[in-house]
Write a new protein. Sequence first.
Length: 202
Amino acid sequence: MSKTPFTKITVTVDKFNSQGYGVGLGRKSEASTLSKVEIPHTIPGDVVETEVGRKHCGVFFGYLPKVISPSKDRVDLRCAHATYCGGCSWQQMSYYKQLEYKYSFIESLFLPYFSDKTTLHPILECSDPWLYRNKMEYTFSQNKAGEKFLGLIMTGGKGRVFNLTECHLTDPWFHESVNAVRSFWEHSSLQAYNMRANQGTL
């Protein structure tokens, strides 16, 4: 079965889906109709060039977005992995705008169940929105060539893992520990667990 060729299209993002991915309309050619496109790491107001392949359930998934015109709510990324990491969906959006969207999601979720006397209070903001996590789950992985990876799963990567070198959600000792374990693993004969083959240790 041949691979579906990717096509570059331009999309104006106007909302989020339930996963926090930016959503807009785009067409693969002038003759095609407008279709929904979901693009990770984009936010409403962004105009991006993205690569799309085959539709799934009537929706295109956009890869490798290039920002042509940024949203007014877009901010500089702090992490080197932010454009492909599955751990941070909204690092490119201002913290206060994140709170607005999260509040609106919670409101729309629970509003049908509220009584007239119910009050939904605003989200309490953090004094510092970084280094707040005290638990992380890292993954061991290897490709067909035997290269070893230890880190987090990539967005839209179908389980692919990248080598984590920094993370601003946790205290630095987290990724320092990951780097130390990876260094040990690279010089060992231990293999990452392969679920399909039911082989491996880590």
